[in-house]
Design a binder for this molecule. Structure first.
Ligand code: KG4
Ligand code: ZN
Length: 347
């Protein structure tokens, strides 16, 4: 069963073809990073226009790479991320998916982007050697960490998630991007901090670990971000800037910040796993590409004796393979969408 997936929730336009919900036959992603870099963040209007410009050619490329010449005969459906995200961006993907579904006479599937990030732990890239990883046992505890989300879910089925914790302020990816800006590293900051942190001492600076109330599963990253600002730029955040720091000092800030993020995230996972039935731990979203966070979650899994599933690197950040994959689950369950499928900014 082949499904086309379409993704356009934020600043990545993506199309993919996935077989039987797991095997990724093609996955193409057009990143808009360069368009937004000079603004230091995603500009919604620019993002939606850019999706519109590349959508058609990306779909054609994804079909070609998967060897599909007659989509109306070969595809079992078209899946699109219709929530949550930037509304103008979502509308482009949803409109395109409706048009393809109608033109080819195949079912339309409306996929939740956040649920798809957790589903991406199941994706298999044909270039991966060895046998495919076993599917995670459910129920699971799922952590979605990205530029827009920092939430914990109790996952009964991949399309049945209960949110049990969320951030009170910044998403963790946003905190990475802001700390990178404070350190004058560039945008998006997550991968740059990850790289710089390799040269640093994670215990060099004692940034505060905010765990909120004793039983809270929520997050707060704004205090940590402010502490980094004061450490780098002085008490009012304006006395000096990162150019006064040596490479080693910057690397120590990056490593110490990253360690505190890993501690906060794993502590909440530990609390969630002790309170909810948990056969597996799933981690998805762009920040799950972070080496220190991956390591910390794997260590937690060992300690709790619960298997941890983190997607292959290329499926951590936004992609359409995860949309087609979860679309297959919906299709099997008969949960198809109508042509009046709505784009929904927040859920
Ligand atoms: O999932 P994603 O591609 O888009 C959203 O749904 O937001 O996540 C993007 C976020 C950005 O904030 C980026 O800085 C962060 O993921 N990110 C990382 C790493 N790679 C990407 N953060 C920390 N370490 C990384 N290696
Ligand atoms: Zn995402």
């Amino acid at each position: 069963m082949l499904l086309l997936g379409i993704e356009s929730t934020c600043d990545e336009t993506a199309a993919a073809v996935v077989k039987d919900g797991q095997l990724v036959l093609s996955s193409v992603v057009a990143s808009q990073t360069d368009l937004h870099a000079k603004f230091g963040g995603v500009v919604p209007e620019i993002a939606s226009r850019a999706h519109l410009e590349v959508m058609q050619s990306l779909v054609v490329e994804a079909l070609e790479r998967a060897g599909i010449t007659q989509p109306e005969m070969e595809l079992a459906g078209v899946a699109v991320s219709h929530a949550p995200g930037l509304i103008g961006c979502l509308l482009v993907g949803v409109a395109a998916a409706k048009a393809y579904s109608f033109a080819w006479g195949v079912p339309l599937l409306g996929v939740n982007h956040v649920q798809a990030h957790l589903y991406s732990t199941l994706l298999v890239d044909p270039s991966m050697t060895g046998s495919p990883p076993p599917a995670p046992e459910l129920p699971a505890i799922g952590l979605v960490i990205s530029g827009g989300h920092s939430s914990i879910y109790h996952v009964r089925e991949f399309d049945q998630l209960q949110r049990i914790g969320m951030t009170h302020d910044d998403a963790v990816g946003e905190a990475f991007d802001k700390v990178a800006a404070i350190l004058q590293l560039g945008y998006p900051g997550g991968p740059l901090i990850d790289k710089l942190a390799r040269d640093g001492d994670p215990h060099a600076i004692k940034f505060p670990v905010s765990l909120l109330e004793k039983d809270s599963l929520d997050f707060s990253f704004s205090g940590l971000k402010t502490s980094v600002l004061y450490h780098v730029c002085g008490r009012k955040g304006r006395e000096r800037d990162a150019s006064s720091l040596s490479h080693q000092q910057k690397a120590d800030v990056a490593a110490s910040f990253q360690r505190v993020c890993a501690v906060m995230l794993t502590e909440k996972l530990r609390r969630a796993a002790s309170r909810y039935p948990c056969e597996s731990i799933l981690v998805g979203g762009g920040v799950s590409a972070n080496s220190a966070i991956r390591q910390a979650v794997l260590e937690l899994g060992n300690e709790l004796d619960v298997p941890v599933f983190i997607p292959p690197m290329q499926f951590c950040t936004d992609n359409a393979a995860m949309i087609a994959g979860l679309g297959a689950v919906l299709l099997k369950a008969g949960k198809t969408a109508e042509l009046n499928l709505e784009a929904i900014a927040t859920v």
